[in-house]
Design a protein around this ligand. Structure first.
Ligand code: SF4
Length: 726
């Protein structure tokens, strides 16, 4: 089955339930964190604790081992899954257990302990409702927090009715959960061994924190006399006191709950008596509490990740699922498509690359478009898109592609190995754009012939359903070079940095930007400059992107030294200057560029705020418009500036709140992903076609958004700056 077929099938069968549930979690997160006055401080505190814990991990491992052993437990550090399973099987065998009950644990999924125990004829029962549903259905989890998120209530009712044949068919959520609770209760009382995971382990006391929405983890611990906790080594934090910010953030970030239903701090072996449920005569206090506790800490690649400068950040992850829920693509396809052996969502690339290997990460890595909507959502401030980019780069370099000999030397990139032809094409869009403009309109005609479309589909997997960009013969730089500034006594001086689309395709928005800035008293120059590197970076071509970044700095620095501000039209290029260039440039060069660059409407906002005369701009009288801001613009907190400028100019603005339009640069052009892109776009279409919005002209800040909206709607969108100088 092709990748496109796989994705279509998962969207058809699971898409509706995934979209409904993930979007509800995501909205819940926005609402819940809004109540926290110190949200950003809490995130930074949590981040600092994880950074410190991973830095001191060997020392904390020793400390935790000591405290657990002092408490009466045993610690086993397992090198890998096989090692961990061998130890667990021995414990279960010594206990002569016939049944093991488990509460949800991603790490035990990772080591596939169920299969290992079943090989010894041990009955393993999942007690988390979602995990149990999947065990009954014989399916894999599709979400790291809500494993059965892809199943609707109706589907679960159908499953239970078919498998268990209850006297009265089950239908409502209440009936289903009541039935599950009864069934699981019977299994738990008969079990000899309980396996749990741990959200956090405090080295100073040996305390484990379990953050759950059901009481099954407590039951698993209390009802069995032998407890095995399976946790990755990265779960260790220095002290119980360090748990505070995590407990505050984890539920809010993941499911939008201010606090999860159960937060259990257990310091095993616990003192609760081990009750014989057959014996209803003996008072509880007379049962003994002779319990065994085994802490199985899993390395399985984590210590190597700790030594890896790029993957290390993955170990800070607290598995809250915010990155999945905020991801537009995940909302469409879920973890069965956007996930590996165990982990799913944006951060899964880091986990799967570190634990399973690049070949597993490669299966789903391209579903991350680098939109960055997960960045602000992550409670430990992990740069998830960067991890995806780095892993994509490694995957490119590992690959051996038959067309390497053809491409190497023909394209001006810095990739000396492996990137697939399609990625090399999109990563070198600068060359394509220059050629397109130089030979327009012939290039546009030629590209649109059926023979060209077929060839592009065959060789590059460019989806024929997408319209191709139409290149302008006269670039914006050429247009600007032929005119004189209209500002004789400038208030400020700026250099307009042009992305490829503004220079070669959507030239009108560039002209509008120049005119708007001049209207506000800014002297503007529009020099030829290297493209930003956004295109190669999105394909995982990091060396090429770095080369672009260095050339961009060389080209813009003289203007900054000359006292000019850098104004950027394309939000994704501006985001590069503000975020990713930090990874590609030396610190001084990055800071200089970042501190002196502004997204164009942010700049206009600043000018107006500092007294520029707004009457020189076109004004409206309550004209109604709909606005969709770019995902990276939102991540940088710049959506409000555009809205404020438009309102100041007299527009009545309605804004969309979908996380992403779905186009995401080259993503929507790729045959494998076209339908996912359109499915994501459907949410934006829904908002822009809603009652009261459908007649409004649409404006959007990003190139990709403009292209996608053009495909989704009858009405052609424009860049907001074009409204300022009509
Ligand atoms: S990467 Fe961040 S947002 Fe994603 S699951 Fe981990 S902690 Fe949560």
């Amino acid at each position: 089955m092709s990748k496109a077929d796989e994705l279509r099938e998962v969207m058809r069968t699971e898409g509706a339930a995934i979209a409904e549930n993930t979007q509800a979690f995501n909205e819940g997160r926005y609402e819940s964190v809004a109540d926290l006055e110190d949200y950003e401080e809490l995130k930074s505190e949590a981040r600092a604790i994880k950074e410190d814990a991973i830095e001191r991990l060997p020392e904390l491992l020793d400390e935790l081992t000591e405290t657990v052993e002092e408490n009466g437990g045993t610690v086993y550090l397992a090198d890998d899954a096989e090692d961990a399973n061998a130890y667990i099987r021995d414990v279960v065998d010594d206990r002569e257990a016939e049944r093991v009950v488990k509460s949800k644990s991603m790490t035990s999924e990772e080591i596939e302990v169920n299969d290992a125990l079943k090989a010894d004829d041990v009955d393993v029962v999942e007690t988390d409702l979602g995990e149990w549903v999947l065990q009954v259905a014989d399916e894999a989890p599709s979400h790291i927090v809500a494993p059965a998120i892809h199943k609707s209530r109706e589907a679960i009712a159908e499953l239970f009715n078919e498998v268990f044949d209850p006297e009265e068919p089950l239908e409502t959520a209440q009936e289903l959960t009541h039935f599950a609770r009864e069934k699981l209760g019977e299994q738990i009382v008969d079990a000899e061994v309980g396996i749990t995971g741990a959200n956090f382990l405090a080295a100073d006391t040996g305390t484990m924190a379990l953050v759950t929405s059901e009481g099954n983890a407590r039951k698993t611990v209390a009802a069995t006399d032998t407890q095995i906790t399976v946790a990755g080594v990265e779960k260790i934090v220095p002290s119980v006191g360090d748990l505070d910010p995590f407990i505050e953030l984890i539920g809010r970030s993941g499911t939008g709950q201010d606090i999860t239903s159960y937060v259990s701090l257990l310091t095993p072996p616990v003192d609760t008596p081990v009750v014989d449920f057959e014996d209803d005569e003996t008072p509880l206090s007379e049962f003994d509490s002779d319990r065994e506790f085994h802490l199985v800490l899993i390395d399985n690649g984590r210590m190597a990740m700790r030594e890896d400068d790029q993957l290390r950040e993955t170990l800070y992850c607290i598995r809250c699922s915010a990155c999945s829920n905020s991801c537009a693509n995940f909302q469409s396809v879920g973890g069965h498509a956007f996930g590996g052996e165990t982990y799913s969502g944006g951060i899964a690339t880091g986990w799967e690359a570190g634990i399973e290997g690049l070949d597993v990460a490669e299966e789903f890595n391209d579903l991350c478009t680098g939109c960055t909507r997960c960045v602000n959502a992550c409670p430990v401030e992990i740069d998830i898109p960067w991890i995806n980019t780095v892993v994509r780069d490694r995957i490119n370099r590992e690959g051996e592609r038959p067309a390497d000999w053809l491409v190497d030397g023909l394209v001006p990139d810095e990739e000396d190995e492996g990137a697939p032809l399609q990625k090399r094409f999109f990563g070198n869009f600068e060359t394509v754009a220059k050629l397109g403009s130089t030979t327009a309109p012939l290039s546009n005609w030629l590209a649109d012939t059926s023979a060209s479309r077929w060839a592009m589909s065959w060789a590059l997997d460019i989806d024929p359903r997408r319209d191709l960009p139409t290149f302008e013969r006269e670039t914006l730089v050429e247009w600007a070079g032929k005119r004189d500034s209209t500002v004789s006594d400038p208030e400020r001086r700026a250099v307009l940095y042009l992305d490829l689309y503004t220079n070669h395709v959507q030239v009108d928005r560039g002209k509008a930007a120049v005119r708007a800035l001049e209207a506000l008293g800014v002297d503007v120059v529009v020099p030829e400059a290297p493209s930003s590197g956004r295109a190669p970076l999105s394909q995982g071509m990091v060396a090429t992107a770095q080369d672009h970044a260095e050339r961009v700095v060389d080209s813009l620095s003289p203007h900054v030294e000359d006292g000019r501000d850098i104004v950027v039209v394309e939000p994704s290029d501006h985001a590069l200057f503000q975020r990713e260039y930090e990874k590609l440039l030396d610190s001084a060069a990055f800071t200089d560029l970042a501190e002196n660059s502004y997204e164009v409407l942010e700049y206009v906002y600043g000018l107006l705020d500092n007294g520029a005369d707004g009457s020189a701009l076109t004004t409206a009288e309550g004209d109604e418009i709909a606005y969709h801001s770019h995902c990276q613009q939102r991540t940088l907190g710049l959506e409000a500036h555009t809205v404020a400028v438009l309102e100041e100019c007299g527009y009545n603005v309605v804004t969309s709140d979908v996380e992403c339009c779905g186009m995401a640069g080259s993503f929507g052009y790729k045959g494998d992903y076209y339908e996912v892109s359109m499915d994501v776009g459907d949410r934006l279409r829904g908002q822009l076609q809603a009652e009261g919005v459908r007649d409004r002209p649409v404006v959007a800040s990003g190139t990709s958004c403009l292209e996608q909206i053009d495909s989704l709607l009858e009405r052609q969108p424009r860049h907001p700056v074009e409204l300022l100088v009509d």
